[in-house]
Design a protein around this ligand. Structure first.
Ligand code: MN
Length: 369
């Protein structure tokens, strides 16, 4: 190589080195918006609920028949004009609230308990309608919304068909399951075609809370314990631990599960989970290829929905790594302004803040808009 060639190469190297940060900066600025604290950032919120009139009609009818049911009863007497239902509208004030708070994007999911309290035919139909409605909104605002598809676990075969349609045709970004379905959990092999499909489609399943099932009714029946104050994380954490101990992730090592609420208490329990697994291995617990804590770190990503504590955030970053945590609001159940303030003021580096606010969400949910 002569000097001229060498200089030409160096010039190209310098040019591409200069282009790289510029590109990164552009990506960080894409959709960057100003929050109430004055911080300009790209913010992707990853557990944001919506409802559609068809769900409201089915849920209120179910609530009239089962007013004492934990999940269904809360919908008794709701109308489209109820404050919670207005908040859950796909459009309504949603974009206005996002704009006012500097929120770039909502990753949407049909609100809990989704389609999972209905008979299989109704559930399959409602999942299709909800997914179509969400995809239509995303097509109008590709920079503001992404979506997690519903499916009906009541019918695993048709669930897989809807999962394939959701990704291949509707271009949705992942899936949502609201914990148990009629008291059954995804560790049951009858649901494994659903897990196989999620792994093959390379899309994560967000296991969102709902109240514990009727099998656990009595201990949760007082003080509103079945709801977000305690029951949601107990139920959803149980679901995740069942999947880990069943060996689901030995069978589907690339399956990604997302948990909200800082991991539904599991990050706090990883040490004990491993210790007791080794105590019980081969007796009460099956022998797994990977220790439970390592499986959690490999196959799970958590979000900050509904837990605005910097102490918990710092702990989760330490035990799981910052790449495994995504920001979420839990709109409209949690107010947006404090959720943004919580993350704007998080005691982390600029680089980690980018991961928490949008880079991890872009990677996990394949968001390119
Ligand atoms: Mn939620």
């Amino acid at each position: 190589m002569d000097r001229r060639e060498f200089l030409g190469m160096s010039a190209a190297a310098v040019a591409s080195a200069a282009a790289a940060p510029a590109h990164a900066a552009q990506s960080a600025q894409r959709g960057a918006m100003k929050s109430a604290t004055g911080k300009v950032f790209r913010r992707i919120a990853t557990e944001e609920a919506f409802s559609i009139p068809e769900q409201l009609e089915l849920m209120t009818a179910a609530a009239r028949a089962m007013p004492d049911h934990f999940d269904v009863g809360a919908w008794l007497g709701r109308t489209a004009e109820s404050p919670i239902q207005k908040g859950l509208a796909l459009e309504g004030d949603r974009l206005k609230v996002m704009d006012e708070n500097g929120v770039t994007m909502h990753v949407l999911s049909l609100t809990s308990p989704g389609v999972q309290v209905f008979d299989a035919d109704t559930a399959v139909w409602l999942a299709q309608v909800a997914n179509d409605r969400m995809a239509e909104l995303i097509s109008r605002y590709p920079n503001r919304f992404a979506g997690l598809a519903s499916f009906a676990p009541q019918d695993p075969k048709r669930a897989v068909k809807e999962m394939e349609r959701a990704v291949n045709e509707l271009k949705l970004h992942g899936f949502v399951v609201n914990s148990h379905t009629n008291g059954e959990y995804l560790d049951d092999p009858k649901f494994w075609p659903i897990l196989e499909a999620a792994e093959a489609l390379d899309r994560a399943i967000y296991i969102h809370p709902r109240s514990p099932s009727d099998l656990m009714r009595e201990p949760y029946a007082k003080y509103g314990l079945d709801k977000a104050i305690w029951g949601y994380q107990a139920e959803t954490g149980l679901h995740a631990v069942r999947m880990i101990l069943a060996g689901v992730f030995d069978r589907f090592p690339k399956l990604k599960i997302v948990l909200g609420h800082m991991g539904e208490s599991i990050p706090y329990n990883l040490w004990r989970l491993n210790y007791m697994y080794h105590n019980h291995k081969g007796r009460r617990s099956p022998v797994l290829k990977t220790d439970p804590a390592d499986t959690f770190k490999r196959n799970f990503v958590i979000t900050t929905s509904g837990v605005e504590s910097h102490a918990v955030l710092k702990y989760c970053i330490e035990v799981l790594g910052v790449d495994n945590i995504m920001w979420a609001i839990d709109y409209p159940y949690q107010p947006t302004t404090p959720a943004v303030k919580f993350m704007d003021t998080a005691p982390v580096s600029q680089q980690d803040l980018e991961k928490l606010y949008f880079r991890n969400a872009e990677r996990v949910f394949h968001i390119t808009t």
